[in-house]
Design a protein around this ligand. Sequence first.
Ligand code: CU
Length: 660
Amino acid sequence: MMLETVLLSIILMSDTVPVEKARNLDEVVIVSHREGGKRSVKGQVATIDEHLQELNHVELVRRGSYAWEPTVNNMQTERLSTTIDGMKIFYACTDKMDPVTSYVESGNLQSITLNSGLNGNPQATGNIGGALDLRLRKVGFLRDDNIRGISEWNAQVGYETNGNVQVYGTDGAYSSRRFYVNGGAFFRHADNYKAGGNKKVDFSKFQKVNAFVNSGYQIAANDAIEGTFIYDRASDVGYPALNMDVSKAEAFITSLAYKHLFEDSKLESWETKGYYNHITHVMDDTTRPDVEIHMDMPGESWTAGVYSLLSGTYGRHQTQLNIDGYYNRLFADMTMYPGGAAPMYMVTWPDVGTTNVGAALSDDIRLGDASSLHLSGKLSWQHQRLNNEEGYKALSVFFPGMKQTYHQTTGRIAANYNFSFFQFLNCSFGAGWGSRAPTVTEAYGYYLNNTFDQYDYIGNPRLKNESAVEISGAAKFSVPNSQLSISLDANAFFFSNYIIGQFENRLSAMTVGAEGVKVYGNIDHATIANVSLSTDWHPVKGLRWDVKGTYSLGRDDEGDNLPLIAPFTYQSRLSYAKGPLNLQAEVKGHARQSKFGGKYGETGTAAWTIVNLSACYQLSIVNIRAGVENLFDKYYATYSDWCHIPQKGRNIYMNLSFGL
Ligand SMILES: [Cu+2]
């Protein structure tokens, strides 16, 4: 008890924005001594992917049991921004095996926030679908004069029967008035898992190690420096949906920040952070049987950047100004070893150097007791150069006269109006416009095989920027004199110059077994819309029942379905809490995927429903979590399981967390 009161007195130097639901902001809590907030039933031991699943608007594309790719509002990586504490980081795999969320570990993070749609966090660029920010776990300075310093220590052990998953983690923290440091180390190991009906899924194992340190030093009463170091390495990662596995995916993530707090001023805080990260990704097909042509496919990503964020409050306004810049280099190549013949070499990402600078402004305006307006905007300028001559020349064959350098200007602007009517109704309406530059794959990729539709993809340096208009609305109605609330949330994105792969019949595929070649192109327009309805009911103290259903739609310029748009999804949870005990039963599922993008190589999936049970018990310093996932051992695949690889069958888990 003493420990918790002390911990509550630690105040983080203000860098977290309070979560306001009405502003399209959602958050999942990973580590916190506070009560409340969304969190995974598996607690801190859950993977980042399992934590992401808790967020509204988020689905996950699975190519194996590791490194799932989050989608927000049915948009994938290229239409999202993902930052780590505001830092830019770019994945290094031409086959999207390593979304950047795979380079951190749950123990590194305090929370994950999601800004749905165009209203991104200040560092976000190109975020049409949404912006995820992975907030690092910093213990912060002690603000209690009566104590010299406090320390804490935690350990976690987790086991899951399906795939023999083992998780071991430990972390510690020390905090005083002038100095803090917290760090930890984590290890995860998983063997191949079994789908429903005891069917083994080959090439689905993985192993991961991670270590991190965050620390801060107060150099003056209102000035502090903070540093971060994360090392993350996944090895022997299987991808049952792809033709290759990964022998190594490694990241170094570092940052150094200077923070100043203002006193007696309209300005509140000023933070300037410099950062550097490096990712190495090595694919491997040597463990696969019957490979016709062995391939080596490494990829690398380097990013160095800086941002400076100034926050202030004056009168009714709460304003943030952010200036940022980064330089990213992406290089990938491929060597094929046809038996008996000389190896073939090609550059698949031609060492593209991207320099991007941007300025963002946001303002929260309190209009009265019951209403507020949020405005945000960002303008970014980008320069790209293809530094690899061989890659540049190879692509020039398809695009004669193409340049070696490109410039793009992108921007976004969004407004959101909130109002509440007594205690009963809380509403928000939003509108925005934003654009994004093509990704390196879309603009300069070279013969990238996509197992989703079995086509080889070639980038198009002549692509125009894609843009979209977003309209959103949300309403929460609390039924008077009852503990029942009903929420409706809807958004629609109207795209111009939507970027997608288009058939190119004049070219033939390079990959063995590929159907043909597609080149990225702009289609005139496309639409994606999502609507969800949820209810939340607390009939008696400790008991809670919530139900949620979401329907989405995606259409291209000819009225045909876009690929990877979720079918009707639903989820119902019944939970009961009494003292240190928490019980939960969950039913979730998807309707049949009948509106699949047949034109884009997508096929349908059957409807499915699964049942999950979980329990959590706090026994003095030990937190025990146990549960069953997929209780009835259903064999199923979701619409977003790449090439319909099946999900896990019945899985029993047990996690222990100790805290001192
Ligand atoms: Cu890869």
